[in-house]
Design a protein around this ligand. Structure first.
Ligand SMILES: [Zn+2]
Length: 188
């Protein structure tokens, strides 16, 4: 009797996940008016962090887009409850199951997926689970506060008050707030 086929999944570094969401996701691409542009080269993504992708076959564009769109709401969640709901939904969609695995004389926690076509999505979900284990405050996973941008980010600042995806968005909004304050001062 053959064992049921299952694939062990591995977490991606969070910066790689953020990049997938922002560069392949529909909403972030529309936000930065990139909708009509070609997608980035997936093989370049693999080449940048070969270690991460060493167990992977070719990354196809459709899977990257689908994964980005399904994962983005986790970053955009406005409460821990919402984040949990989305994570649980994705965990059941991918059929992720935990188990223990043996490496020589050590035993470690491992996660498996029964649907190989959902492997990248399961990797993404596992990345978020690992991140939350170290940093359970969901406010550290965010979506840019700028009007024109919905790029996601991981807040690693000491104070945990980050609101923008990048310095460009932060400066643009700072300048806008400054101009608004000046206009208000002139009026008064
Ligand atoms: Zn932004």
């Amino acid at each position: 009797m053959g064992k049921p086929s299952r694939t062990e999944i591995h977490a991606l570094p969070m910066n790689v996940l953020v990049r997938i969401v922002n560069e392949w996701g529909d909403a972030p691409r529309a936000g930065s008016s990139m909708s009509g542009d070609p997608y980035p080269d997936a093989s370049a993504l693999k080449a940048e962090s070969p270690e991460t992708w060493s167990r992977f076959g070719p990354l196809d564009e459709t899977t990257l887009i689908e994964t980005a769109n399904l994962v983005r709401p986790i970053f955009a969640a406005t409460s821990a409850g919402e984040c949990v709901e989305r994570l649980n939904a994705l965990m059941s969609q991918t059929g992720m199951t935990p188990a223990v695995a043996a490496d020589d004389w050590t035993v470690r926690e491992a996660w498996y997926v029964s649907r190989p076509d959902r492997e990248l999505l399961a990797n993404a979900v596992l990345s978020v689970l690992h991140h939350l284990r170290d940093e359970p405050d969901v406010r550290r996973l965010g979506s840019c506060d700028s009007d024109e941008c919905v790029d996601v980010y991981v807040d690693q600042s000491p104070g945990g008050r980050r609101r923008y995806c990048c310095v460009t968005c932060q400066n643009r909004n700072r300048a806008r707030a400054y101009r608004a304050a000046r206009r208000a001062a002139v009026r008064n």
